[in-house]
Design a protein around this ligand. Structure first.
Ligand code: ASN
Length: 321
């Protein structure tokens, strides 16, 4: 059986067109892809490689995960992450408030506890017990992005149904209305999948969620089959609107199609077709690697930032692959 080590990272689905930090995000993707590839080569361990890839992106401050996470409607942050391998390791964290690297915490949940998902204060307490560093304050561009988005939302400039519902919620709740109004007066998710020479597959994902989400909202990233998944044949990590991802379970479907004997490319096509039919276009993207080392991705948004190593060993970074 032909088997080759490989890795692919994503830095979030979306347009990236108007992003003020696109250049910076490209540099981060390049650096993190190179770093993860080194780890994969040095350790020959897909789990180590995806954790390093995601940790590197969380640390960057320029992607919507870890340090660079977006702010919720009240200006706070809650982070989600998940990890899974083809040999049964699985862990996730949700609504983490004070931990810099949720992906490392998800791995601790998988390796050191009998649980699969730990959320809220309990997750941050676990992080302190294992000596993980706290989450620093949000970077300037994240705060600026928050105020810009909030003003747009309240000014009716964000027309998508998703945020119209959030606006309607604010308008019918006096306390929210006052608080959010006073705030307004004063920029994605990351993931990685890899396979090593022993055939171990690993999938990882980490996010700050969607901009202006309601406090306490949990997305797809800590949910196996939605934000991440690994079977013995394929590992997958997704990005986009969590609610649509949970409804359509792209990563679980990809694994099921491959188990039914579909080839990798056919299975990727089928997943995005089903996604488009069930939850619509402009909703999500995902990356995948199979047991033979083939990498692939599909998205129905305007773009998706990805980084990978090509057959000649070069680092490729693109948001319109
Ligand atoms: N940007 C993202 O990919 C957001 C993430 N999937 C969530 O809904 O929480």
């Amino acid at each position: 059986m032909l088997m080759a080590k490989s890795i692919i990272l994503h830095g979030g689905a979306g347009s990236w067109k108007d992003s003020k930090i696109r250049e910076k995000a490209y540099v981060v993707m390049e650096k993190c892809t190179r770093r993860a590839w080194e780890i994969l080569n040095n350790t020959n361990n897909a789990l180590e490689a995806v954790v390093e890839a995601v940790k590197c992106m969380e640390d960057s401050g320029y992607l919507n995960a870890g340090v660079g996470s977006v702010l919720d409607i009240l200006g706070n942050r809650t982070l989600d992450a998940g990890i899974m391998t083809s040999n049964g390791l699985i862990g996730a964290v949700s609504a983490v408030k004070a931990t810099r690297n949720p992906i490392v915490l998800a791995r601790i949940v998988a390796e050191k506890t009998p649980h699969i998902i730990i959320g809220g204060d309990g997750a941050d307490t676990l992080a302190r017990l294992y000596g993980l560093p706290p989450l620093p304050p949000p970077p300037k561009h994240a705060v600026e992005g928050y105020y810009e988005n909030l003003k747009k939302l309240l000014g009716g400039e964000i027309s998508r149904d998703y945020w119209r519902k959030i606006l309607a919620f604010i308008e019918t709740n006096e306390n929210y209305k006052k608080f959010v109004g006073s705030l307004a007066n004063t920029s994605d998710t990351v993931g990685a999948v890899a396979v090593d020479d022993n055939g171990l597959l690993a999938a990882a994902v980490s996010t700050g969620g969607v901009i202006l989400k309601l406090p306490g909202r949990i997305g797809d990233s800590p949910i196996p089959g939605a934000g991440f998944y690994s079977s013995k044949k394929v590992a997958c990590s997704s990005t986009g609107f969590g609610e649509m991802i949970i409804r359509s379970m792209p990563c679980l479907k990809l694994a099921e199609y491959m188990d039914q004997g579909m080839n990798f490319e056919e299975a990727l096509d089928k997943v995005i077709t089903i996604v488009n039919e069930t939850v619509g276009k402009d909703t999500m993207g995902f990356i995948a690697v199979d047991y033979m080392g083939r990498i692939g991705w599909r998205y129905n948004t305007k773009g998706m930032l990805i980084g990978y190593i090509d057959r000649e060993g070069r680092v490729i970074v693109n948001h319109k692959p």
